[in-house]
Ligand binder design. Structure first.
Ligand code: ZN
Length: 432
């Protein structure tokens, strides 16, 4: 079993996000590479490059996009919109442009949020060649009707799609997949928080002795998971459980979106841990929108992969705006998300199925010193009850998690009871 979390991890996650925050990421390009290099300072992530034009199922790996600079200058030569001040100012994947134009000509290329006049929106134009700028509505209203010099110094050319992968070898080749998207620029909850959570889970696991192997994927949203699945179609049968991590640092209640299967072990594990945590949470059914669970749960794969988040995307006003910044995400919520996910992984590590060695009537616990022998009065009684549940339900069909659910006892107590019973030769693990 994995041990308890360190209390400071939320602050460390937040600091790490602050390092990643200024980088201009997109679905391809140097921003992704730079991000993976920073992750690589903490865990030995492998960087993979897939050439533009590679066919991945019904999709094609796009051209690589990079950007140096962008601005709109007024007639006095002043930068009135400046990419150097915020990378959100440029529509991601904008093709290069350098032209002088009237305000009327420029206007169709400007995007703002009249409902949230102080925030810069985040926009992309991935699969259609165009260009544009994003700015706060207040900022837009302040622009005069004059001639502007418009420049986007970008390149859109054959190159690569870059993704990161970190594999931790456990006892079994069966693996747990943890996936986060790395394609958003200066936005924190969506999805620097998911990247940070994934990386800190990897850090917590890599020095432990593990039952399962773990695969951490840092991929550009949609095209990245499609590419990984296309290149690893033959090995996905090893994925025993998985989670997509996104939006894990806001103050909203925790949300778990079930896998398409709906009652996979990962779904049961999240339900159990969230219920036991006593904190506010919501569990929602799978639907084919959202993040990379859409690809992992496509019918040809139907992997047991859920999505862990706090407030779902689109349900908070800061979503995909400059309001999703380092203040919007807070260490205490990051920490809670970390604890919850580590709790789920700990549960999966310990969730085994046993066969009682005494199926006909209870074994005599007293003669083995197991009856009224452990801890204080009430704690001892609880342990005994847990042992009785484990002995009764260990007929080869119930996992420890199912026993915990049926007995309405925390998994940890059931797990500890099973460990004692194994030590006394009263249970035998069933290995399938
Ligand atoms: Zn997003």
């Amino acid at each position: 079993m994995i041990e308890e979390t360190e209390i400071q991890v939320g602050k460390e996650m937040h600091r790490f996000m602050a390092d990643l925050y200024p980088i201009c990421r997109s679905i391809t390009g140097n921003g992704v590479r730079e991000t993976l290099h920073l992750i690589g300072k903490h865990i030995p992530v492998e960087i993979h490059e897939v050439p533009s034009g590679t066919k991945v199922f019904d999709w094609i790996v796009p051209k690589e996009w990079n950007i140096q600079d962008a601005y709109i200058k007024n007639s006095r030569g002043e930068r009135v919109v400046d990419f150097q001040k915020s990378n959100l100012h440029v529509v991601s994947y904008s093709q290069p442009v350098h032209a002088t134009m009237t305000f009327e000509e420029l206007q169709p290329h400007l995007h703002s949020l009249p409902d949230q006049p102080e925030r810069i929106p985040y926009r992309t134009s991935y699969y259609k060649e165009s260009w544009g700028f994003c700015l706060s509505h207040q900022h837009l209203m302040g622009l005069k009707d004059e001639e502007y010099e418009v420049c986007i110094d970008s390149t859109l050319a054959d190159g690569h799609l870059t993704y990161g992968e970190y594999y931790i070898r456990g006892e079994s080749e069966e693996e747990i997949l943890i996936s986060s998207h790395i394609c958003h620029p200066s936005l924190c909850n969506d999805n620097l928080s998911g990247i940070a959570l994934s990386m800190f889970l990897a850090k917590a696991l890599c020095s432990k002795s593990l039952r399962y192997s773990y695969r951490f994927l840092f991929v550009p949203g949609t095209i990245g998971s499609i590419t990984w699945l296309a290149l690893h179609e033959g090995q996905v049968s090893m994925i025993k459980a998985g989670m997509v991590l996104t939006g894990v640092g806001d103050s909203g209640a925790v949300t778990y979106k079930k896998s398409r299967q709906g009652n996979a072990e990962i779904d049961q594990a999240f339900s159990h841990i969230l219920k036991a945590s006593g904190t506010a949470h919501t569990i929602i059914d799978f639907f084919p929108y959202g993040y990379d669970e859409r690809q992992y749960c496509s019918p040809g794969f139907n992997l047991p992969v859920g999505c862990f988040m706090r407030t779902p995307h689109g349900e908070y006003p800061e979503y995909h705006t400059s309001g999703d910044n380092l203040t919007f995400v807070q260490p205490e919520y990051l920490e809670e998300s970390f604890t919850c996910c580590l709790g789920v992984l700990t549960l999966l590590e310990g969730n085994k199925t046993f066969l009682s060695q005494n199926l006909q009537c209870e074994p005599q616990l007293g003669k083995r010193g197991l009856y009224r022998a452990i801890g204080g009065e009430s704690e001892g009684a609880k342990r005994e009850m847990a042992m009785l549940w484990v002995l009764n339900l260990s007929d080869g069909h119930y996992s420890l998690l199912e026993i915990a659910d049926r007995s309405n006892m925390p998994f940890r107590i059931i797990y500890e009871a099973a460990t004692i019973l194994v030590d006394h030769g009263l249970l035998q693990e069933i290995i399938d």
